[in-house]
Design a protein. Structure first.
Length: 457
């Protein structure tokens, strides 16, 4: 069940009111000893779905939680203020909003959370090109920096390469409008963005690689216009809890990731349903059942701006918030950042052929059938994509006299399909003398021209 999708645009006007508990007194928080700045430790308001909404309709005549009573609009507003009071008391300074402004104007809503020492930095809501201008206007009024949703722009998908590229184009258009107003559009993952694999050339070398669908979207968005929020639990779920792969992905795209959802994972629950949106595997971030290697995750996410704690449908979100706050407030971790630097050199086009000592057949014997052999070697150096070694033939001469049979030249190798350096090539000369061939007293010789050539310099 995707509870979040059931709440999109939910308006629960006219529902019965229910009592809201007064804020509990928070225990003293330890002084920050970790690496995350205190004002960057944040929470997602969605964690308090049940306290705020009570129960909500699932569209089939039932409610979640079963048997629950929905809160009235006034009850929701009272509950939201209770959340703000308790979370500020628990040490949080920032939060990621959910479900609009609960009937207040943007200015009224902003006053409610800012007067309690909280700052809204982002918002999960509708991402639709048709209503984007209004969404940006509300974001500006709320003082947000990031505008997105618990998913992706309406009408887009990343089920195929074409779909992912189209999603990137839509995000770029929306990002251009957002940046013009000093805001950022962002996308947010669940498991499917990583369990769905696509064939894509990620580095322009012409080789298709198997990559998570989200990677194709990232590569088709402009870094100056679009950023991303990675839900750590869902990336682990989508990658079947291969934490090394998750850390490598976050590290590879750290400059594109502005926010994390800090959500714990317990893969021992219902392991047969991995990967899916089975909420049973969500647990307290930093709690006893959480297997997440947070220090490595945080180190890889070197450029993250905000760390939003999230625990979907927590039994006691206020208690869970304290566990997550302790994790983010106290954990020490390093930072890793990969930067691409360029170093190189140039290779001049080179074809070089060096011949060894002159070859000699020795003495020719008149009146005897014999095939004479002489040898030398050549040294080949080529930087070309291919190369061919040839030699002209002809006849050995002695003044005005020529041998009847032509000189034959053979190579141990004469073709190359790539570069070679100082390769030794055997050169064999052969000269047939027949018993009836006339031979003139003196020395026979010929200047042989060897040619090293290429069609791919």
């Amino acid at each position: 069940m995707n509870v979040r999708s059931k709440l999109a645009g939910l308006a629960v006007a006219g529902m019965a009111a229910t009592a809201i508990a007064a804020p509990a007194t928070a225990g003293a928080q330890s002084a920050p000893t970790g690496m995350i700045p205190k004002d960057k430790i944040s929470f997602q308001l969605y964690n308090f779905l049940i306290p705020v909404f009570g129960a909500f309709p699932l569209g089939d005549g039932t409610f979640f939680p079963p048997g629950g009573t929905p809160n009235s609009p006034e009850g929701q507003r009272t509950a939201v203020l209770n959340v703000f009071d308790q979370m500020a008391a628990n040490g949080f300074k920032s939060f990621e909003n959910f479900n609009g402004t609960f009937g207040w104007t943007a200015a009224e809503y902003r006053e409610k959370f800012e007067s309690r020492g909280l700052h809204a930095v982002a918002d999960h809501g509708a991402v639709d090109e048709g209503t984007w201008d209004a969404r940006l206007a509300e974001a500006k009024a709320l003082g947000l920096k990031y505008v997105g949703s618990g998913g992706w722009p309406a009408g887009t998908n990343m089920d195929t390469v074409e779909g992912a590229k189209n999603m990137g184009a839509v995000l770029n258009r929306m990002g251009a409008k957002a940046r013009a107003q000093g805001l950022w559009v962002y996308g947010h993952n669940h498991d499917k963005e990583f369990s769905t694999k696509l064939q894509y050339d990620t580095n322009g070398d012409g080789v298709l690689e198997t990559v998570p669908a989200l990677e194709v979207v990232i590569l088709n968005t402009d870094p100056s216009l679009v950023t991303f929020e990675i839900d750590v639990h869902w990336i682990l779920e989508g990658l079947k809890y291969d934490q090394d792969a998750a850390i490598a992905f976050i590290r590879k795209y750290s400059k594109r990731i502005s926010m994390l959802h800090v959500k714990g994972s317990d893969p021992t629950q219902n392991p047969g349903t991995i990967p899916s949106t089975d909420m049973s595997r969500v647990t307290d971030a930093g709690g006893p059942k959480d297997v997440t290697r947070w220090a490595d995750i945080f180190a890889a996410a070197a450029d993250v701006d905000y760390y939003h704690w999230e625990y979907d449908l927590a039994l006691d979100p206020f208690a869970s918030s304290k566990v997550a706050f302790k994790l983010m407030n106290e954990l020490k971790f390093g930072k890793v950042r990969d930067e691409s630097g360029t170093v190189g050199g140039t290779v001049p086009a080179t074809l070089s052929l060096t011949l060894g000592a002159p070859a000699s057949f020795g003495a020719f014997t008149p009146g005897v059938d014999q095939d004479y052999t002489a040898q030398t070697e050549a040294t080949v150096l080529s930087t070309a994509g291919n190369a061919t070694l040839t030699a002209d033939g002809g006849h050995l001469t002695n003044g005005a006299f020529s041998l009847v049979e032509p000189l034959r030249v053979q190579f141990s190798k004469s073709e190359w399909t790539g570069p070679t350096t100082n390769e030794k090539v055997g050169v064999t000369f052969k000269q047939l003398i027949k018993k009836t061939d006339p031979l003139r007293t003196g020395s026979y010789s010929k200047t042989v021209t060897f040619t090293l050539s290429t069609t791919q310099p």
